[in-house]
Structures are given as C-alpha cells and as structure tokens.
Design a protein around this ligand. Structure first.
Ligand code: NI
Length: 165
C-alpha cells in the first residue's frame, strides 16, 4: 500500500540557473513534481508538454502552481543543459539537478523508481523510470498523483479545485 505512505519530503538540489534550491523554497505554492531525464525519447517530453499546457489552461490561477522537473540523469543533465530543455515546455518550469546522492534522496522521498539501462550499442544508456506527476500542497504535503500520459485538461481540472482552498 505504498500510496498510503507519505510521498514527498526534503530535497537539496540545484536549479537550471545554477542556484541551490530545497523543498522549503517552494512552500506557499502548489507543486507539480515530475522526475525524468532530458534524453527520454517519449514519455517525459509528452508529460512535460501536458504540464505546460495545463498551466496555460489554468490562466492566472496557475501563479499558485510551481512545476518542477527533477532529472534522474544528473550525469548528462547539467544545469546548463536543463535550462535549454525546460524552456521548451513552459517559461515557469524549473529544472532541478544535483549529484547522484542528492538525486537519489529526492527520488526516494517521492518513491520514484529509476535504473540506468545500457542501450543495444553498449556505449550509451537510457533510464527506466516512474513517470507520475505528483501534486503537493502549499505546505509540501502530498495530495496525489496523475499517471503518465495524463492530458492537459485532466491535469488542469485536477488542480483547479485545490487552488480555491
Ligand atoms: Ni522519461
């Protein structure tokens, strides 16, 4: 019954501008937290695009929502690399990276599974990973998750009622 256990918690990472950021920096905002990696061929870009579209659908209410993209591939996803990537999806999307231990701490807090998998060629790798969108409240408490490939309308309609509280 992992879904009944607390999801979320402390993290200490670096944002796409190179600034240190912790979970405490985002108190007061609803968070949409997504873990993935920029070389992900399929699910990550689709979900991040839907998160960006959902924010646009929420209009001014989206000011209360902070979307976060935490890389599971810090070796390749440097802050500089993340900066170019997050800009593709939404101007307010914050990319977060860090050393392997810091990424593991954040992923463990959110019960995210990830594993490096060699590609056929052997000189490259991909990352298998959980691809849920986690919704956290203004106090950093877990509200729930949306599954991979949730469309933008569904993301927006899930968040909207919380914003009135
Ligand atoms: Ni992915």
């Amino acid at each position: 019954m992992w879904a009944r256990e607390p999801v979320g918690g402390a993290f200490a990472l670096t944002d796409h501008n190179g600034a240190p950021r912790t979970d405490a920096d985002f108190r007061g905002k609803f968070l949409l937290v997504y873990f993935g990696f920029t070389y992900c061929p399929d699910i990550c870009p689709t979900d991040l695009q839907n998160i960006g579209l959902a924010l646009d659908k929420l209009g001014p209410a989206a000011d209360a929502v902070q979307p976060l993209f935490v890389t599971l591939d810090p070796e390749r996803d440097t802050a500089t690399h993340l900066k170019d990537y997050v800009a593709l999806f939404h101007p307010r999307l914050v990319g977060l990276t860090g050393d392997a231990a810091a990424i593991k701490q954040a992923a463990d807090a959110y019960k995210v599974y990830y594993a490096r998998v060699p590609t056929q060629k052997g000189d490259d790798y991909t990352i298998d990973h959980t691809a849920f969108i986690y919704l956290m409240d203004r106090d950093g408490k877990y509200l729930g998750f949306l599954p991979p490939s949730t469309d933008a309308d569904r993301i927006a309609t899930t968040i909207r009622p919380h914003l009135k509280q």
